[in-house]
Design a binder for this molecule. Structure first.
Ligand code: NAD
Length: 447
């Protein structure tokens, strides 16, 4: 039976915790720390694939952690000091790659965790990049357009010596978008010698199409998630054209996933975002909801659905729940309420380890983030290649190549699951680490 291929025991319950590496690196494990959680999960997989000890130690810490403080002129005339980070985790497979986040809760250990996930994601989906991540602690909703532009230009100039179009390539993440990438790219290009200007537009991906962005980049993460579902759901006895689903987050990832699933016949019945939760048994039109969110900034107040509580949202019976908002939202408490057959992680690290255990005990399949949301970095890679060659692809070419990367990555995870007899998350790390381990074996450690 196909299901027995997908459903096997969690590796986390059958292997020793990677305490030895933590001890050697003098990391005092804090169970609530996202970086520690992420490294622990990666090291469990590293043991399974028998990754060499020195490679485990290298991967358990980022190569570089950059922290900057920079002043920005605010609209009322005063200067405010902001804190920004760029973490470069690993570049064995290619230049560091990862988004830049603007959010009030940006903390170094979260950025480090997200950089690790980028290393794993790029390796799993076989794009020739390493892992990085950045962020500025700020609330973009409270900044004017002028303030956002000045902040972006100052942040870019503060880290410009540490990044590069063949060295470390940022992209959008939560709170940033194509407009911010346009300011970022322009600032970087202005700072470089005039004759290198055109080649330097590869400094970021996720740019507007007019400035060298790729068609299909905006929807890429949602599209990649849908490609994974099309590959995985039949083996879990779910018919995508007839399924129900709910979304946490209706931003870039949640909104595109919703619209693309709706186009395949699936029915959205509930959405939770920062403003609250809404529900309609008969189905919520993703296209109408998109217009509402564009006008009001949130799903709350949508006239074609009723407001519900968060606990009613989590308890809602659906085939698939897609968390596409922030990290750590599916806790043990929420996981006990979840009434879905599958959780498909659109967001990075949306499930806590405790939440994971509860979902596993309850027989709910988790399709892990480094697989489900890899479509974004894959089309970022396509954008970077198109910028390098000045040869631009059609939307159909982008979709077709993205689909190929996603399907092969999904199959890699299924194979690793059988080979290493572990859960899907561990299998995705195993498939990623096999590739990184081979690269390290070939080069050795300098000198
Ligand atoms: P976004 O800013 O476009 O949307 C974020 C959504 O999360 C919004 O709907 C917001 O209302 C919701 N949200 C915020 N706080 C919330 C809370 N406390 N409770 C419920 N909802 C909340 O961001 P995005 O680009 O869609 O990214 C979402 C997630 O996907 C992040 O984890 C991001 O790292 C990950 N991701 C994004 C991309 C991409 O290409 N955009 C690629 C890979 C991974």
């Amino acid at each position: 039976m196909a299901n027995t291929v997908l459903r096997t025991k969690s590796a986390s319950t059958s292997h020793h915790l990677p305490a030895k590496v933590f001890e050697e690196l003098e990391i005092v494990r804090d169970p609530g720390n996202l970086f520690h959680q992420t490294i622990e999960q990666v090291l469990i997989a590293a043991d399974l694939v028998k990754l060499k000890h020195h490679q485990q130690i290298i991967l358990a810490q980022p190569k570089n952690e950059i922290m900057v403080h920079f002043p920005v002129l605010m609209d009322d005339g005063h200067h405010q000091l902001f804190k920004g980070y760029r973490v470069q985790h690993n570049n064995t497979l290619g230049p560091y790659k990862g988004g830049i986040r603007y959010h009030p809760d940006v903390h170094i250990d979260d950025i480090k965790a997200l950089a690790v996930l980028m290393t794993m994601k790029c390796s799993l989906v076989r794009v020739p990049f390493g892992g990085g991540k950045g962020g500025v602690r700020c609330d973009p909703r409270k900044l004017s357009t002028d303030e956002l532009r000045r902040l972006t230009r100052r942040f870019c100039s503060a880290i410009s010596n540490q990044i590069g179009p063949d060295y470390d390539i940022p992209a959008p993440d939560v709170g940033t978008n194509a407009q911010i990438m346009a300011w970022f790219a322009d600032t970087y290009q202005q700072m470089m010698p005039e004759h290198t200007r055109q080649g330097n537009n590869r400094i970021v991906t996720g740019k507007p199409v007019e400035l060298g962005g790729s068609v299909g980049r905006e929807k890429a993460t949602g599209q990649g998630l849908v490609d994974v579902l099309v590959e995985m759901l039949p083996e879990l006895d779910i018919d995508i054209s007839d399924m129900t689903f709910s979304l946490i987050g209706f931003g870039n990832v949640g909104g595109w996933t919703g619209r693309l699933l709706e186009d395949l016949g699936a029915k959205l019945v509930a959405v939770l975002d920062h403003s609250g939760a809404i529900h309609n048994d008969k189905g919520i039109s993703c296209h109408d909801l998109t217009e509402h969110v564009a006008q009001t900034g949130a799903v709350g107040g949508f006239s074609e659905a009723a407001a519900i509580s968060q606990s009613d949202f989590y308890s809602m019976s659906v085939d698939v729940l897609v968390p596409a908002a922030m990290e750590q939202m599916i806790t043990a408490e929420n996981a006990l309420l979840i009434n879905a057959k599958v959780v498909a992680e659109g967001a990075n690290a949306p499930t806590t380890p405790e939440g994971d255990s509860v979902l596993e005990e309850r027989g709910i399949e988790v399709l892990p983030a480094i697989l489900c949301n890899a479509g974004g970095v894959t089309v970022s890679y396509f954008e970077w290649m198109q910028n390098k060659s000045s040869l631009y692809w059609t939307a159909e070419e982008v979709d077709e190549r993205l689909n190929r990367h996603m399907i092969l990555a999904a199959r890699r995870v299924k194979l690793a699951r059988v080979k290493y007899e572990c859960d899907m998350r561990t299998a995705s790390y195993c498939a990623a680490l096999e590739q990184i381990g081979r690269a390290y074996d070939l080069t050795g450690v300098f000198p």
